[in-house]
Design a binder for this molecule. Sequence first.
Ligand code: CDP
Length: 253
Amino acid sequence: MARRKLIYEGKAKILYDGPEPGTYVQYFKDDATAFNAGKKDVIEGKGVLNNRLSEFFMNGLQQIGVPTHFIKRLNMREQLIRQCEIIPLEVIVRNYAAGTMAKRLGMEEGTQLPRPIVEFSYKDDSLGDPLVPEEYIAAFGWASQQDLDDIVSIALKVNDFISGVMYGVGIKLVDFKIEIGRVWDNDFQRLVVADEISPDSCRLWDIETGRKLDKDVFRRDLGDLADAYTEVAKRLGVLPTNTAQMPKPTLIN
Ligand code: CDP
């Protein structure tokens, strides 16, 4: 069988050329990285969980009218997506202070913000994804003012949706990151939610106990990451068991 053409390999995912023009296959790896890849590990089963969870959120978003790059899940680790031009911004929405915001402003983690706050980082690992004001984004042409207005509106819809879904299963959406892509239909561009939505890119805290159910478990050595992600998947009815702990098939000679 012919090998698929590799388009791009990132820290947690690989993109291959898709079966039809205008599509890619997005493969979810088990690799976990934090602190700009300063900390690395392989967490068995993480890719399977994130593939399912991202499918769940992207499907839900499409259902409520928020366009995404997701077409369909292909198998345990792969999904078919639409090719798009990624806007070089990390779009972060925060409901409670945590992570870099808590550090930067000297706020206690978990402090509720007066309203959801949308912020942008310039996507460049070598610079550590620096926080940038909207002024820079328009001036450097990374996105137009109209794009920015649309991005904020999409980001807030995603926030309402994921916050609501998570609240329903006893989880608080503290913050998250999305990426936005441009899709061209002839001369017209549409913005779509791209990349992934998973506990790798969200902060999720159990409402009752405060238990962290996201990548902070890995960043801060708080326990088993696959267990935390499985808990999220279980509550959402997405995957019932931790696949990393399932018995392995044995080879019969
Ligand atoms: O995660 P960290 O403290 O470095 O940065 P943050 O700005 O507090 O992150 C806000 C949210 O965006 C968290 O849910 C992160 O997991 C997510 N994020 C991400 O997915 N990828 C990045 N490169 C940066 C943040």
